[in-house]
Every structure is written in structure tokens, then in C-alpha cells.
Design a protein around this ligand. Structure first.
Ligand code: KG4
Ligand code: ZN
Length: 373
């Protein structure tokens, strides 16, 4: 990322996202007043390709991105009613994520930028999630962000474009990963989060007692591994017959409630620290990422906001899970702030949003359980 002359809005940016199992392209216009307008947002899911394996297979993902990326970008342009002449810049996810897939989207973006002599922004996928709620509403900076997805679970104070401080992070699994793994042990199809939410409908969350990891403990870090193990054990003991159906529903409801409770318990601490550091300032809270699509999680966090005096914001459902509109907007905001990247930008499997904190805190170091989460 280098400093470049400011590109003053209005700007129309083509966004490209290929960091996991969705090939996505979108066109977003950022107005003079800083308002985002989504002109198109196309998402091609690879769920069917990965379903037989119960999770995302990196090699299959990368190959599937290569097969459709050109058609998806062409469709995003067509739906926006634009040719490449109507685009002012290209923004592509450069990480973190499955590096084979990231390379496909980033290389495609670089090729377009080179061929059309357009500015390029190599976007951090997490920064995309961080701005995603701004696709649906005007939310001013700064805000407290809970980013909860399949690969990430962290609390961040977001001061502005590319400026955030991490307040907490998971010490083991991400919340979406917990949803997915527990769903698998309940025999649900991939991706597990939405399937588990559906199963939990009408279930009794109080029937099963599940561990309350880190509850009431200092700090804002998360842990889901104890819950995951306990839920898997409980699932193994369920009767496979018709009575077991009610049990499965109740267990799903208990798991969902336990995840929502853990998220709320850690978030309330972050809210108090955030508010204490900014006396008299507006208190805004944003939840983003795939798990923000979960109704029980949204309700628990909205209730918390009401109790703690924060305004509650979440992206429209279509922009909770991975999409390219959030990447285009993050790119547009970076360009307007005077940042852009060269053709030497690299694809990064791990790329924490606040690299300084990630280096200082050993739980956030690179590695299998490191900075990615
Ligand atoms: O943001 P996302 O699409 O990808 C990552 O960047 O990780 O998030 C995907 C995650 C998956 O773990 C999925 O199970 C979870 O979000 N998810 C949900 C729901 N919809 C998606 N989890 C719980 N309830 C949902 N409705
Ligand atoms: Zn994501």
C-alpha cells in the first residue's frame, strides 16, 4: 500500500472477492458525500462443489474461481449497465484467505488495472467486512466492530479507513467455525451456520447445559473449543429415532444461545472499554461477517446495545456473508483517503487488520491458530 494522489469521489469501483468459497464481483459508487451505492453485486457460491467433502477444499476452490471469474466480472458490469470504460478503479481482495483463491481474484484485478490503466487497491478482506454495514446505511466513524465469520472472531475499535485497534480476538475457533463444526456433528450439511439456525427454530435452549467458556473473565477474548467438544459429545448421545429429533432441535437451540451469550459477554466488556476511552462521543456498534446473519446473535447484540447506550448496526443480510460490494467500498474509501497499490501487491494467506497488535499479543501471532482468526 503506497500513498497516492487523492482520488476525489464520486468514484465507481469494480470489486473482486475470491478469498474463500464465493466468487464475487460488484460495482459500487462512492458519492461526493461519502455515500455508497451498490450498482451490482454478483455472488457465485461453490457450496455444491464442496458439500460432498463437508467443508471447503482449497484446491477445488481455487480451480472453481478460475473457471468463473471472467463471467462473474462481466455479469457485474452488465448488471451495473457499464462497460470497463465506466469504471474508475479496481479493488480486489488480497487476503487473508485461501491463498490459491486470493491469487485468482487479485491477478484478475491486476490484469484489468494494467490493461485499462486503472488504479488498483489490494483490499484486506476483513476491512471489507468492517465497512459492509456502510453499504446499507450511513454509519459514521468511529464505531466498535464485532467481526464474526467462518475464519474470524474479533472486536475492533474502527477509527476510520484502515485505522483500527483490536480489543479482543478468539483464542481458538472462530464463531462461524464453531457453528459449522457443531452442525456437522448434528449431521447437518455444510455450511452449518444457517442449517443450525433453521434446526434451532422452536427448540428449547434451556434443555442442554453447555459450558460457558471465559464467561465473566477479564478481557475481550473469545473461546469456543469447550462448547464445540461438549456439543459434539451431547450430539453423539442423542437417540437417532423420532424422539431424537426433538433433542436435536433443543441441542441446536442451546448451541445457538451459548454462542450468542459468549459473543454478548465479551462484547459488553469491549463496549465499556470503548465508551470509557471516548467520553461524550457517540457510541456506535456494528456486527459484521457471516454470523451476523444469525437472528439469535443479532437479537442478543441489539439488546446489549439498548442496555449499554450504543446504536446497533448490522449489514443487510446479503452483505453479511462474503461479497464483493464490501471489497469495492473498502477500495473506494482507501482511494479517497489517498492509498493505492502497485502491481507488485502480494496475495496474503494471513493479514491481521491491526498488524501492530497482532505482533505484540502472542495469541495473535501467525500460525495455525494465529492472526488469521
Ligand atoms: O463472512 P463469511 O461468508 O466468510 C468468512 O469470511 O469466513 O462467513 C461464513 C460463516 C460460516 O461459518 C457460516 O456457517 C456462518 O458464517 N453463517 C452463519 C449464518 N449464516 C452464515 N452462522 C450462523 N447463522 C447463520 N444464519
Ligand atoms: Zn468473510
Amino acid at each position: 500500500m503506497t500513498r497516492a494522489p487523492l482520488i476525489v469521489p464520486p468514484i465507481v469501483v469494480l470489486g473482486i472477492e475470491t478469498s474463500c468459497d464465493e466468487t464475487a464481483a460488484a460495482v459500487v459508487r462512492l458519492s461526493e458525500e461519502g455515500k455508497a451505492e451498490v450498482r451490482s453485486s454478483v455472488v457465485a457460491s461453490q457450496i455444491a462443489d464442496h458439500a460432498p467433502f463437508g467443508g471447503v477444499v482449497p484446491e477445488i476452490a481455487a480451480r472453481a474461481h478460475v473457471e468463473v471469474i471472467d463471467a462473474i466480472v462481466a455479469r457485474a458490469l452488465a448488471e451495473a449497465g457499464l462497460g470497463l470504460d465506466g469504471i474508475d478503479a479496481v479493488a480486489a481482495t488480497a487476503g487473508p484467505g485461501l491463498v490459491g483463491g486470493v491469487m485468482v481474484g487479485l491477478s484478475f484485478g491486476k490484469a484489468l488495472a494494467l490493461a485499462r490503466d486503472l488504479p488498483l487497491v489490494a483490499v484486506n478482506h476483513l476491512e471489507g467486512h468492517a465497512v459492509s454495514a456502510r453499504l446499507g446505511a450511513d454509519i459514521a466513524y468511529p464505531f466498535l466492530l464485532l467481526l464474526v465469520s467462518g475464519g474470524h472472531c474479533q472486536l475492533l475499535a474502527v477509527e476510520g479507513v484502515g485505522a483500527c485497534t483490536r480489543l479482543g480476538s478468539t483464542i481458538d475457533d472462530a464463531a462461524g467455525e464453531a457453528f459449522d463444526k457443531i452442525a456437522k456433528s448434528l449431521g447437518l450439511p455444510y455450511p452449518g451456520g444457517p442449517a443450525l439456525e433453521k434446526l434451532a427454530e422452536g427448540g428449547d435452549p434451556a434443555r442442554f447445559a453447555l459450558p460457558r467458556s471465559l464467561l465473566g473473565r477479564d478481557g475481550c477474548d473469545f473461546s469456543f473449543s469447550g462448547l464445540k467438544t461438549a456439543a459434539a459429545r451431547a450430539a453423539e448421545r442423542l437417540d437417532p429415532g423420532p424422539t431424537g429429533e426433538v433433542d436435536r432441535r433443543d441441542l441446536a437451540a442451546a448451541v445457538q444461545a451459548a454462542i450468542a451469550r459468549q459473543l454478548a459477554d465479551r462484547t459488553v466488556r469491549a463496549m465499556r472499554a470503548y465508551a470509557a476511552a471516548r467520553p461524550g462521543q457517540a457510541r456506535r456498534f456494528v456486527v459484521a461477517g457471516g454470523v451476523a446473519a444469525n437472528g439469535a446473535v443479532r437479537r442478543a447484540l441489539a439488546d446489549l446495545c439498548a442496555a449499554e447506550g450504543f446504536s446497533f448496526h448490522a449489514p443487510p443480510l446479503a452483505y453479511c456473508t462474503d461479497n464483493a460490494a464490501m471489497i469495492a467500498l473498502a477500495g473506494a474509501e482507501r482511494l479517497a483517503a489517498g492509498f493505492q497499490d502497485g502491481l507488485d501487491a502480494v496475495a496474503r494467506p494471513r493479514w491481521p487488520l491491526d498488524e501492530a497488535a497482532a505482533r505484540l499479543n502472542p495469541t495473535h501471532l501467525a500460525g495455525r491458530k494465529g492472526a488469521k482468526a
